[in-house]
Design a binder for this molecule. Structure first.
Ligand SMILES: Cc1cc2nc3c(=O)[nH]c(=O)nc-3n(C[C@H](O)[C@H](O)[C@H](O)COP(=O)(O)OP(=O)(O)OC[C@H]3O[C@@H](n4cnc5c(N)ncnc54)[C@H](O)[C@@H]3O)c2cc1C
Ligand code: FES
Length: 273
């Protein structure tokens, strides 16, 4: 089993209201991270937060022979509130990279990202990796949030995509409505032509996306954000219901068999919400 490592905070800043970008110095082994993989993070020498918290990898990069890990997160409760108070030089314990990331076939020539709120984090890492490949696919992103103030990660992803289409629930930026409504207007452009869809966001958004793609000739992978305790498949705390016959895996664990799943395999419901 991989051990937790000590990672020094290199910088931390608030990007938009209540959302933070933290940069950690990590061992070179993190260079092998794949988009969609995640890390478990906890405070050293304290039980606050008592459990580790899972976060998608927003990016991993190297500079001057050092390796850095970026996490983009929203303050949701006690643990993330503690993390948001960290400053340069503080230390966090980090376990990772964990889980199974997104799968992009080599022959794919168009990928479509559908992001809800901070769900943009793993999709941005995916875009970054695809962009580095000069023969890589065209990338189009649909990004939504409640309002302009909570739209996060847009500047970075704009630099990596041929188009970024924005929605806000209150119409304060872009299309007024949900990101799935916005995407549904263009969806016919992406079916039956080898395009791949990738998504991350709150469960109601993913459930609606599932309704849209179901029965259509298109592959859509989603990264799920189930609550987690161990992050390594030991506690069974993150099992997710899948449709019978979907994957034949019984109750897969989001941390081990996921967090990325085919959207049509997942049974979204109260237990998964
Ligand atoms: C694989 C994975 C990747 C993730 N990546 C990111 C990321 O890149 N950025 C980010 O901001 N968050 C991400 N999350 C969610 C993040 O882990 C939670 O927001 C965090 O654990 C909340 O901890 P807390 O102590 O602040 O909140 P708590 O006090 O534990 O909870 C506060 C509120 O947040 C809700 N909550 C807690 N955990 C989750 C969860 N996993 N999903 C949805 N709601 C939750 C609780 O129900 C409660 O309403 C990810 C989760 C998973 C499983
Ligand atoms: S969090 Fe323990 S099994 Fe997934």
């Amino acid at each position: 089993m991989k051990p937790y490592i000590s990672a020094k905070v290199v910088s931390q800043r608030e990007t938009v209201g209540g959302h933070f970008l933290i940069v950690l110095k990590v061992p070179a082994s993190f260079r092998g991270s794949s988009p969609g993989q995640f890390v478990m993070v906890r405070m050293p020498n304290t039980d606050t937060p008592f459990l580790s918290r899972p976060f998608s990898i927003y990016s991993v990069y190297s500079q001057d022979k050092e390796t850095f890990l970026e996490i983009l997160y929203k303050v949701a409760g006690r643990g993330t509130a503690v993390f948001s108070g960290l400053r340069k030089g503080n230390v966090l314990n980090v376990l990772g990279p964990l889980g199974k990331g997104f799968d992009v076939p080599p022959q794919c020539d168009k990928i479509v990202l559908i992001a809800g709120g901070v769900g943009i984090a793993p999709l941005s890492f995916l875009a970054q990796r695809c962009e580095k490949d000069h023969n890589g696919p065209e990338i189009i992103c649909y990004a939504g949030a409640g309002n302009l103030e909570s739209l996060v990660g847009i500047d970075r992803i704009e630099g990596m995509c041929s188009a970024v289409k924005i929605s806000t629930d209150d119409g304060s930026w872009g299309y007024r409505g949900t990101v799935t409504e916005l995407f549904s207007r263009d969806m016919d452009l992406y079916v039956n032509n080898g395009s791949r869809l990738y998504s991350c966001g709150p469960d109601p958004m993913l459930r609606r996306l599932q309704e849209l793609v179901e029965g259509r000739p298109v592959v859509c992978q989603v990264s799920l954000e189930e609550r987690m305790a161990c992050g390594i498949g030991a506690c069974q705390g993150c099992v997710v219901k899948v449709r019978s016959g979907g994957a034949g895996k019984g109750l897969p664990r989001v941390c081990k068999e996921g967090p990325v799943f085919d959207i049509c395999e997942v049974e979204f419901g109260e237990d998964n919400g």
